[in-house]
Write a protein that binds this ligand. Sequence first.
Ligand code: UD1
Ligand code: CA
Length: 463
Amino acid sequence: MNATAIILAAGEGTRMKSNHAKVSHAILGKPMICWVVDAALGAGCERVVVVVGSHADEVRGIIDATYAGSQAVVECVEQAERLGTAHAVRIALEATGIDAGPVVVLNGDLPLIQPETIGNFANTVAAGDVAATVLSFKPQDLQGYGRIVLDTDGSLLRIVEQKDCTPEEAAIDECNAGCYAFDGAQLKAHIGEVGCDNAQHEYYLPDMLGILREAGERVASYCCEDYRDGLGVNSRSQLAELTAVARDRINERLMAEGVTFIDPAQAWIGPDATVGRDTVIWPQTHLIGTCVVGEDCALGPNTRLTNVRVGDRCSVDETVGIDVVLENDITCGPRAYLRPGTHVLDGAHIGTHVEIKKSTIGKGSKVPHLSYIGDTTMGAGVNIGAGSITCNYDGVNKHPTTIGDDTFIGSDTMMVAPVNIGSHAVTGAGGTITQDVPDGALAVERTEQRIIEGYSERKRARK
Ligand code: UD1
Ligand code: CA
């Protein structure tokens, strides 16, 4: 579909009672505006224009950070004064020079709109059948939505905002979802005719449908199959409601693809995550951003992974991971914290109360208990004894540690970086290792143990 999308995101979002842009609020870890942009891109729109205004820098920042490196053309246009949704569209048309082809207009607070839905109804305009189509839906709660007024022959007559409704109009259960497709030439030709003689003294985009009809053009409404596609977010309670809907949709899809959920109401999987078949998701698992999880894994309970790749047959229990790669057959947790740049190779084990940052843990290596490993390159078959730490920071700079294959680090070893510990080496428990350890060597750093006989007895006698 060779269409342009205009996404309206300049509004104040007053009802959110927030210091941030309404569309910056996240649903399952992804800002609302990105859900809408991605739906437009998914429907095949080739260019996306986001109208920003209130908290413009914040919204622009999200758009830039998300789409800068991508193929998609996503740009922002500023609506300095917020005079209504039709005004926002007019600003976008003027700023971009769009004057032909199908134009899809989406409210920025419409995160659950699906690409197929946009495609289905926008095609009616792309095919030249009508000059405009509005997406309608039948919400359970009509509050705040514009009503779709039909003519006696069932064709779309106009859209009336709730605040301008007569009691009869207010009773209409078919509402405007805030999602439209226009013929670009007709939109440009008539947008200037929208007035603001209404309850809110705003230029209403929905008025365009009535205007085009009056001008002798064909207009239509297209009712959503799933009313949830049309739900908008104006308040925190709607944000929570839509988050639950999004969660259910994603978890349903994953279950259909062969993923087991112990309790699908208690797993929060973002829209851009993938999970392989036969993986089991335990309660309170969060997958945020672009997580890719393989097959036959067990995730959770109590696990939060952000931009993490997990291979096959991994078990990740009570773990927080951010920007991490876990290869295959890895066991991790409970209570592990994997920070950016952690790469765990096949068959490794990360145990309990372990923190790892910017380090490679070699094949089959084990960091089982109470350790901090930072800026470290570790070979295969290494065992890190309980309580061992890489002292990678001297208060000013970070320094690297290397540990060769099959080396045994005794419990409570402090590896003061920069330091290189060879392969097949051993460090004695409790050592503070400040010098490199050659391959195959034992490094012991420890004062000799003294035995003071009869100590307790003498102490008791003194009392
Ligand atoms: C709008 C529709 C209503 C529809 C509902 C669906 C209008 C007049 N009404 O109402 O028929 O049922 O959406 O959810 O369009 N915005 C701008 N610039 C502005 C004003 C708004 O960019 O000057 C943006 C907002 O940021 C928001 C979107 O347009 O993303 C819709 O505005 P909002 O105030 O939420 O409209 P509703 O009252 O929900
Ligand atoms: Ca709204």
